[in-house]
Design a protein. Structure first.
Length: 368
């Protein structure tokens, strides 16, 4: 069988090919691919075998999933009514203590380096043995074997000195921190998924996928606990500080008022047979103590009122995090099926072989 060839002469004066010429050119390439069918089929079958072998050797992934609902009070308008009263005690209640975190920002917390490092450095009990999660990660990824040729890495240890305080490692170490950074990046890229399944709802789902079932569950539990606790503490930090300040001032004023009351009574007891001509010894000190008690009583009343209203504001600002589902054993198992590996390998190698055959054809034609 011969095919119709085309040359630059068959192109019209406008430099465009006709529909007939395009069809003939396509037919030529298709017939050429059919002539190389055995080669393409061979590589396709080779890819299928490799894909099947890969699927049989690939370890399964275990998925730990936690789902919770976040109810967050975004409006801080109700606090404006407290500003005037709180100003008596020198406090500022005009803004929400959690203004830096609103709504979906909690999703970013789950991917942050600080939260992931704090979780990695958390100690958990696995198979009856207390172990840091970062050490568990190193074990099931066989990193110690890979580090055997490096004396510094082989001696690297994560312990209590690695504890993170207020977002910073208490005792920094360049090598340890760099390894933690690599692990955090790997967790974000290959292990951790945080999303809202339904954009209209406040439900948040945290998935941890790992080859180690115990690590997947333990890391998921620790991460959810650390992030949610940090989120609540940060949202309520300002108002909680105000509550503590008001409580201290209230207790202080109460002690002063009680002291003034006892002073007035003590003065009367100290002068039982007072000379009528020496009333100054009783009246002046007693009235001074009484005046101090009345003054502190009025201040105490306002402080107690502000304290109770600030406590109510704290309750209002505290976000409600209700856990719906937690990971339980056995975890969901995700396995790369043999059929899927065979099909993907066959398609991928067939496509690559077609590209390779065409490139060789183009090169040969160009060299001629």
């Amino acid at each position: 069988m011969t095919t119709t060839e085309y040359s630059p002469k068959s192109i019209d004066s406008n430099g465009e090919m006709s529909l007939k010429e395009i069809i003939l050119a396509a037919k030529k390439w298709i017939l050429y691919l059919f002539s190389k069918g055995l080669i393409i089929l061979f590589f396709g079958l080779l890819g299928g075998v490799l894909g099947f072998f890969y699927s049989t050797t690939k370890e399964p992934l275990y998925i730990a999933t936690t789902t919770f609902v976040l109810e967050d009070e975004k409006s801080s308008g109700g606090l404006s009514n407290l500003s005037g009263l709180a100003s008596i005690a020198g406090l500022d209640l005009g803004g929400s203590g959690g203004g830096i975190f609103q709504g979906d920002n909690i999703l970013g917390l789950y991917k942050s380096r600080t939260m992931l490092e704090q979780t990695l450095l958390s100690a958990v009990v696995l198979n009856g043995r207390k172990q840091l999660l970062v050490d568990r990660y190193i074990d099931f990824n066989n990193l110690r074997k890979k580090w055997a040729g490096n004396s510094a890495l082989s001696k690297l240890a994560f312990n209590a000195d690695s504890t993170i305080v207020d977002g910073f490692v208490e005792k920094p170490d360049r090598l340890r921190d760099s390894i933690l950074g690599v692990i955090v990046t790997d967790l974000n890229n290959n292990y951790l998924t945080v999303a809202k399944p339904d954009k209209k709802l406040s439900t948040i789902q945290v998935d941890v996928k790992a080859n180690d079932e115990l690590f997947a569950k333990a890391f998921n539990d620790a991460l959810v606990k650390n992030v949610n606790q940090f989120y609540v503490n940060t949202k309520t930090k300002k108002t909680l500080n105000n509550v503590q300040i008001l409580q201290q001032k209230t207790d202080s004023v109460k002690r002063v008022m009680n002291g003034a009351i006892y002073s007035a009574v003590a003065i009367a007891d100290a002068t039982p047979n007072l000379n009528p001509t020496r009333q100054i010894q009783r009246v002046a000190p007693a009235q001074r103590a009484q005046f101090s008690a009345e003054t502190n009583k009025a201040v105490l009343g306002e402080l107690v009122k502000n304290l109770e209203m600030t406590k109510m504001a704290l309750l209002k600002e505290t976000p409600l995090i209700q856990v719906i589902d937690v990971p339980i054993f056995p975890l969901k198992r995700e396995k790369f099926s043999n059929a899927r590996g065979l099909i993907i390998g066959f398609i991928a190698f067939t496509f690559l072989s077609i590209i390779g055959v065409l490139l060789i054809k183009i090169y040969n034609d160009a060299s001629k």
